[in-house]
Design a binder for this molecule. Structure first.
Ligand SMILES: Cc1cc2nc3c(=O)[nH]c(=O)nc-3n(C[C@H](O)[C@H](O)[C@H](O)COP(=O)(O)OP(=O)(O)OC[C@H]3O[C@@H](n4cnc5c(N)ncnc54)[C@H](O)[C@@H]3O)c2cc1C
Length: 484
């Protein structure tokens, strides 16, 4: 019998598991995918927003501001890439845009966002020379940051596991039955019992809520596509740049650096039926080019190395949906966590604590709690440290991903971490192999081989990413030739 069972291991489920793992509680997380961070958490703009655009007085505004403060400490302790980076919302000559940045500024002040101000044409271009010179004025918010979103989630999930949390992958929750004083939760991997259930189902949170009879929450999912430019474009942008929203309130296509030194352009916004609609299409991507050039004219879209889409887990309710369900005592919704959900996640986890305390759960700090994590990043080491590492373990001397300089040692280390990656993309999210210009064209087969060897499975069982994404579907030569 678990004290708490969390449905979903995106950033919200992981932050909650991490937070609860500091206390003497038994916690389980059930995730339907074969890895954590595989929903909307892996496909967003990766900004820890400064907090100026949330409606004053909303839960979003309060949790965004608290969340980005907590993120500073968490990223430092758990070795997650996070770079402080200002945001610009740029206005050209239109009255609508100039009024809008004034309105955002007032909202920023009301929300208590530090350092937010309006800058004129000259100052905007001095602070961000990459901006379109036609900029008339801009809202400037220095307190935002960019982060590695999947690493942020993986780091908290791994630390939770190191502190006793059970994470069950491939475990889609299909039924939740309320007994007198506990829940019986049926999943694809087994049946579990828990005194409390937390719904952190992201773009599927309304469906998860329906499992206990919650019929008043509707997902209104909006997808957004992105382009990623190669690192050679990275020197052209040093800030997070948004245009003013259009008349429908859509934030607009952002241009931002990533923590890995690439440039990200996106997202746009269109309604889709559910969180699985993550395809891209040429017409939409073409609009990203146009919008990206409008903000930063020097961008060269011949340097595109990847494209992807994410689905915002919106509901019909304009704010986050956080609280105990009025129809099912002990069932807690952390639902409809749209943007700024990545920014707010650790603060949402604190809310979960407050709700659980209100239900009589005792929070006794664990005597032995491990709250640190360190990854070896070979290419960032000094020559001397590289030599010492290779002398200790020659696998660090074999570079597998040439674009990103990722060694066999790093890949093997990632495979043996508390949540074992079992797919090519899970390795990419753990240590960047395959993230570079060739997008895994060279290192993919080697990563495939290493995964099969370390996990002790046949190469035929290794997937690219989600369930069903097989790489080898049939033999074209003698099958034995492929056995490692
Ligand atoms: C295009 C886009 C841009 C964004 N940009 C930003 C940004 O820059 N900054 C920011 O702060 N926020 C941003 N966001 C929002 C942010 O990404 C989300 O708020 C956040 O990732 C939501 O996290 P989550 O854990 O609730 O959802 P998810 O990451 O989707 O996780 C939910 C998990 O629940 C699992 N699940 C669902 N149903 C079940 C079930 N029945 N059983 C088991 N598991 C289940 C899913 O598989 C999934 O892994 C953006 C979102 C999008 C789509």
């Amino acid at each position: 019998m678990y004290d708490v069972l969390i449905v979903g291991c995106g950033i919200v489920g992981a932050a909650t598991a991490y937070h609860l793992s500091k206390y003497d509680l038994s916690v389980c997380v059930c995730e339907r995918y074969n890895d954590v961070a595989n929903g909307c958490t892996k496909a967003n703009t990766a900004i820890l927003h400064a907090g100026f655009d949330c409606p004053p007085g909303s839960m979003e505004a309060r949790l965004n501001l608290r969340g980005i403060q907590l993120a500073k400490e968490i990223c430092e302790k758990l070795d997650v890439e996070r770079i402080q980076m200002p945001t610009f919302i740029i206005a050209y000559d239109s009255e609508h845009e100039l009024n809008y940045i004034q309105e955002l500024y007032q909202r920023g002040i009301a929300n208590g966002v530090p350092g937010v101000r309006i800058v004129d044409h000259d100052e905007a271009l001095r602070l961000e020379p990459g901006l379109n010179p036609a900029v008339k004025a801009a809202l400037y918010a220095p307190e935002s940051a960019i982060v590695n979103p999947w690493e942020y989630c993986i780091a908290m999930a791994e630390t939770a596991v190191r502190n006793g949390v059970d994470i069950k992958l491939n475990s889609k929750v299909t039924a939740i039955e309320k007994k007198d004083d506990h829940f019986v939760v049926t999943t694809a991997s087994g049946v579990y019992e828990a005194k409390h259930v937390i719904n952190a189902g992201g773009g599927w949170s309304a469906q998860v809520y329906q499992l206990v009879g919650g019929n008043d929450l509707y997902q209104t999912n909006f997808a957004g596509q992105y382009y990623i430019l190669d690192k050679c474009e990275g020197h052209k942008v040093h800030s997070v740049i948004f245009p003013c929203p259009d008349e429908h309130g859509f934030k607009g296509v952002c241009v931002t650096p990533t923590v890995h030194g690439n440039v990200l352009i996106g997202p746009d916004c269109y309604e889709v039926p559910d969180g699985d609609h993550v395809g891209t299409d040429p017409a939409t991507l073409e609009t990203l080019k146009h919008e990206g050039h409008r903000s930063v004219p020097a961008l060269d879209f011949r340097e595109v190395i990847h494209e992807y889409a994410g689905v915002r887990p919106n509901t019909q309710i304009p704010d986050f949906v956080i609280g105990e369900s009025p129809i099912c005592p002990g069932f807690i919704n952390l639902a409809g966590i749209k943007s700024p959900g990545l920014s707010s996640a650790p603060a949402i986890a604190e809310e979960a604590e407050v709700i659980l305390r209100g239900l009589g759960v005792e929070f006794k700090p664990k005597a032995e709690y491990v709250d640190s994590r360190k990854r070896i990043k070979f290419r960032e080491l000094s020559d001397e440290d590289k030599r010492a590492l290779i002398a200790k373990d020659p696998r660090y001397g074999r570079v597998i991903c040439r674009c990103e300089t990722i060694t066999e040692g790093e890949i093997v280390e990632a495979i043996h971490r508390p949540i074992a990656p079992t797919t090519i993309d899970a390795i990419k999210r753990r240590c960047n192999a395959g993230m570079g210009r060739c997008q895994g064209g060279f290192c993919g087969p080697r990563v495939h081989e290493i995964l099969a060897r370390e996990l002790g499975v046949s190469p035929r069982d290794i997937l690219i990413d989600e369930q069903g994404t097989y790489i080898i579907t049939s033999a074209i030569k003698e099958e034995a030739a492929y056995e490692v």
